[in-house]
Design a protein around this ligand. Structure first.
Ligand code: FAD
Ligand code: SF4
Ligand code: SF4
Length: 356
């Protein structure tokens, strides 16, 4: 991959974003450039720049996580310092690590694994820590899209993982542009929470600094463009809306899909062939720029691993435990060692991809 960022400097920022990220196919559909201006569109899981903008210093380029990862300056370190986070490689800050699940029976079959993300968000809304949460849910033709949730029912409706880029940060930008002053929460992939960190520290994005109150991250190894995923599933004979899907941990090597027709399996290599190319440059497995991050619990289906990264994250988990909403135990050292190894491997692969 050619990362000659300096080649584009001095050009309008939209030209730089298009040349550096969108045209070479590196966009991962995070949505950070959406909802700021009318010059970008999100359609069926892809971002396009349908008309021209001559602004020299637009936020679109400065918030794009793919551009941030390409920047030769140590941007991650700078953002961490600005936010007061002590980055511990390879997983970022970890104040506490837990394994467990939500207690609520309503989450069974709806949540991806343990339902910890849905339960913590519901609690944060109920206790007025935030007034709205930016989530990702299934939109037209099953393509993911950002959504604003204000109630437990709306958070529940967005439970479960969609393995496709949903552009939810566009919804966050739109919510931050509103007259309302209420605090917002975000659930995002590592690239999305990196962009959110850039928003919070951006000199021309006061609303993000003031109103983005809670950031929950999801672990992530790769993601897929919605249309290509739909076409691949169709080629594999999987038709109709996807009700649930999963990448079980190695060595399974499959993508599992449930539709109204039943259960289907697809070879994971076929998905790797269509994943976003930009995911190859992404060094972050565990979503480092968050209040807390959540992923699968290796070898224990139905449970989550929770990495608590900030005091706000620790306080929220404590409230949930006291309210009997979560059932958690400290993560065992062997699982943590595996996670550290996987996180270090992802960093290594991204560093090699940058060198190519
Ligand atoms: C694309 C993707 C890749 C992932 N890769 C891994 C991995 O490699 N290893 C691992 O351990 N875990 C991975 N996860 C996280 C895992 O699937 C669960 O989301 C996590 O364990 C939380 O489970 P839960 O039951 O607590 O979540 P739930 O309570 O079910 O809540 C899930 C939340 O995820 C949000 N969400 C769903 N789809 C998306 C999306 N496309 N983009 C952004 N947010 C979304 C929803 O808004 C919802 O709030 C991935 C998730 C996604 C979306
Ligand atoms: S990666 Fe995100 S910010 Fe960058 S071009 Fe794609 S959608 Fe826009
Ligand atoms: S691998 Fe990285 S860039 Fe790709 S979707 Fe996941 S967090 Fe975003």
């Amino acid at each position: 991959m050619n990362l000659a960022v300096e080649d584009f400097q001095g050009q309008p920022c939209q030209d730089q974003l298009v040349q550096q990220v969108i045209a070479p196919g590196l966009c991962v559909a995070c949505g950070a450039c959406l909802g700021l201006c009318p010059h970008y569109l999100f359609m069926d899981g892809r971002v396009a720049a349908p008309d021209k903008c001559d602004l020299a210093e637009g936020r679109c380029l400065e918030l794009c996580p793919v551009a941030l990862e390409q920047d030769p300056a140590p941007r991650r370190a700078g953002l961490a310092a600005d936010l007061g986070l002590e980055m511990e490689p390879p997983m970022g800050p970890v104040l506490a690590a837990w394994q467990g699940r939500a207690q609520a029976p309503a989450l069974k079959g709806k949540a991806q694994y343990g339902g910890v993300v849905t339960e913590l968000l519901s609690l944060a809304l109920e206790e007025d820590l935030v007034s709205e949460a930016v989530l990702t849910t299934s939109g037209k033709k099953g393509a993911p899209q950002g959504v604003l949730a204000k109630t437990r029912d709306e958070v529940l409706a967005a439970a479960g993982s969609i393995y496709a880029g949903g552009g939810a940060l566009g919804e966050l930008n739109r919510a931050l542009a509103s007259e309302d002053q209420h605090a917002l929460a975000l659930v995002g992939l590592p690239c999305q929470v990196l962009a959110a960190a850039a928003m919070k520290t951006h000199p021309r994005y006061e609303a993000a600094k003031e109103r983005l109150g809670l950031v929950i991250g999801l672990f992530c190894t790769m993601n897929l463009p919605a249309r290509e995923l739909r076409n691949l599933l169709s080629d594999e004979g999987v038709e109709g809306p996807v009700l649930k899907s999963d990448f079980p941990p190695p060595p399974a090597g499959i993508y599992q899909v449930w539709t109204e027709d039943g259960y289907h399996e697809v070879d994971i290599e076929k998905l790797r062939d269509i994943r976003f190319s930009g995911c190859g440059l992404c060094p972050d497995l565990t979503a480092e720029f968050t209040d807390l991050s959540v992923g699968a619990c290796e070898g224990r289906p139905g449970l989550d691993t929770i990495l608590v990264r900030s005091q706000a994250g620790a306080d929220l988990v404590q409230r949930a435990l006291e309210a009997g909403r979560l059932e958690l135990e400290p993560a065992d050292e062997e699982s943590m060692e595996h996670l550290r190894e996987a996180a270090a491997n992802k960093r290594q692969r991204a560093a090699e991809a940058k060198q190519e």
